[in-house]
Write a protein that binds this ligand. Sequence first.
Ligand SMILES: CC[C@@H](C(=O)O)C(=O)SCCNC(=O)CCNC(=O)[C@H](O)C(C)(C)COP(=O)(O)OP(=O)(O)OC[C@H]1O[C@@H](n2cnc3c(N)ncnc32)[C@H](O)[C@@H]1OP(=O)(O)O
Length: 389
Amino acid sequence: MSVCGAARCCWIQSRSAVRRILQQNRTVCSHTNGSAESIRKKLQAFSGGSIDLQKQQDSGIAVLTVNNPARMNAFSGSMMLELEQRVCELETWTEGKAVIVQGAAGTFCSGSDLNAVRAIANPHDGMKMCEFMQNTLTRLLRLPLISVALVEGRALGGGAELTTACDFRLMMSDGVIQFVHKYMGLVPGWGGAARLVRIVGSQTALKLLSGAKKVDPDFGKQIGLVDEVLHCSSSEENALAHAEQWLTQFIKGPAPVIQAVKKVVVSGRELPLGEALQTERSVFGTRVNVALTGPWELPAAHTVMAAGRRDKLRDLPPVEQSSSERSGSPSPGDTLPWNLPKHQRVKRSKSASGDVLDPAERAVIRIAGLLSYLLIRSRTRSFFSPADG
Ligand SMILES: CC[C@@H](C(=O)O)C(=O)SCCNC(=O)CCNC(=O)[C@H](O)C(C)(C)COP(=O)(O)OP(=O)(O)OC[C@H]1O[C@@H](n2cnc3c(N)ncnc32)[C@H](O)[C@@H]1OP(=O)(O)O
């Protein structure tokens, strides 16, 4: 097989791995939601507003808009269902790099539609609604896209929780994030508390929740909840243009690279170290051939290096498919616990408590390292031989 062939094969394998992950992710969600079919019906009964999705193919940026201006963009039941559909669409957007979550008409989101909340105000339905939204927002946060909440106006209650389901929060100068749940005798139920603790730490999270503190841009930056304050006029397009501009520093380059970066960060955040490292080297494995052969837009020094390696790679013997690939060993993301059957999760976490690599893996890595060193040394010598000038 040629290097190009191997790279293509690697790319196809990594794409099918991603597809598998997404299917498994959906299965996990439909399992947990299996008994929740009745809550879907109840949510559907509270209609109004929409969740709009616009995918810009050229920039790779999608814009997800919470759209219910008559109720300050509160989430009706049907909007909760629609959000799940939109996240599903984003999970399969192979050309995507980023998603901006915003509210319509100059404000972010005022949480759950209180009319819907009142109608399902019993412990069973309340918990089912929370389970449904937790699943959707977890999937939003795990998207292989860089996500940004663009907070213009107010993000209250569930709206504040929604901002924590994004990788970054950008705030307009009039923006406010406030976990107002306490005023209703509630706590966040959409996973917002758990995510907030991971963003700002438990001390600050406790202050924000118990004091229902208003987070304005300055305070937000100070506690690390807000990544950047956008000083621009409040017209929606303007804010969006600024957010897109801010994003460009992170999304230069091909979509698969951005997606791979997000994937290793998600596994680093959510998995025990041993499993995160395993995912990281699997993702590295699927990228390495493509990275060495791909015509990327790199800074000048890296372009020269990649070009040099490309020339050298043309002369290398064909790359054989490894036995581990033939035997269908884990692909990137397969090691994430939510993609494993329950019994394997238990086994894995036990084995992960000891060494990161088992002795056989260490031996293979040592031999591979030695062989690579010898190969690179012999090739570097011929590459820099006086005959080459
Ligand atoms: C499960 C609980 C939790 C969660 O899911 O995690 C929640 O999210 S519960 C909801 C938490 N949110 C709130 O408590 C916000 C309630 N709203 C307000 O405090 C104010 O409306 C506002 C957002 C501060 C805006 O105030 P103002 O600018 O003065 O406008 P109005 O008050 O006149 O609002 C306009 C219009 O919008 C309706 N509205 C606003 N928020 C909601 C909401 N969450 N649910 C339903 N309807 C909402 C408000 O009733 C007004 O409607 P009209 O009276 O018909 O004009």
